[in-house]
Design a binder for this molecule. Sequence first.
Ligand code: ASP
Length: 338
Amino acid sequence: MTRILAGLFLALIISACGKETIAQPDTPMADAEQPDWRIVIHGGAGVILRENLSDEQEAAYRAALEVALDAGAEVLKQGGTSVDAVQAAVLTMENNELFNAGKGAVLTAAHEHELDASIMDGRDRDAGSVAGVKHVKNPILAARAVMDQSEHVMFSGAGADAFAESVGLETVDNSYFTTERREKALERVLDTRERTDADRHGTVGAVAIDRDGNLAAATTTGGMTAKATGRVGDSPLIGAATYAQNGVCAVSATGHGEYFIRVGVAKTICARVELAGDSIDAAAENALGQVADLGGDGGVIVMGGEGQYAYVFNSKGMYRGMMDSTGAIETAIFEAKE
Ligand code: ASP
């Protein structure tokens, strides 16, 4: 009875707020078979409707999500660390032009690409990030190099590209990232002055737990179509889009960055888990509720200290997936249960 009342109360709150937050499995590890390792990924959240995606496009996205999951899982299977796994998964999505990360990233109003990435290791909360890079082929490798090979946490702009080059990372001409699809999107946004959230979705991210129980998180984006030169979103900001702390939680976020920065989404979620004792999906719903109250939308993938996980979003869809050591694999795109 109490449960039913609680359910009714929740339904009332949800309909009063207008915007539903979709939470999907927060698998209680005590009940489920506990995996030795697990990886969860996203490829961006936004207005992703079944009717706007052809069967071929849907199959291509699902295949790309599986490639990313496989890459991360391969690391974890071999006994590698979660930080290497999230990097490996994100790397494949940066190289796939379906996503808004590396190749295939959106264009700025000045017809350039400015990419943002961040990575965090839950073992010691070491972190690295780059903002507004234009030449390093894989921003996530640059973020990792900042974490491992510098005494700093964040580099931006030309300095970030120069640092990436100095540690031997591959650099490319900015036009390497350009695709026809993103050129058309830029033209449309500049012509109509209207940006739909389809003009930003495709940000990628991953969270993982390894055999030793270490958590990690990583996020990369091209940002938003027609963004102003120099604009930085939430993706490279530790605590906004990315956070990982062993025993607590790991988060990678995607959505309208300005709102995610103001809420400090990733750190808010982990703080609620650690200090308020929230479950990971209650914590994520709280943070995304704050984003919605300010007028923003998007989603997060969250992993708890025991490897439990949740996808939570208040947009129409989110490219997402999970793979673990029990052999479980799932990919999903739309908001309804698939
Ligand atoms: N969060 C990204 C940004 O604001 C965009 C996205 O994830 O859709 O740059």
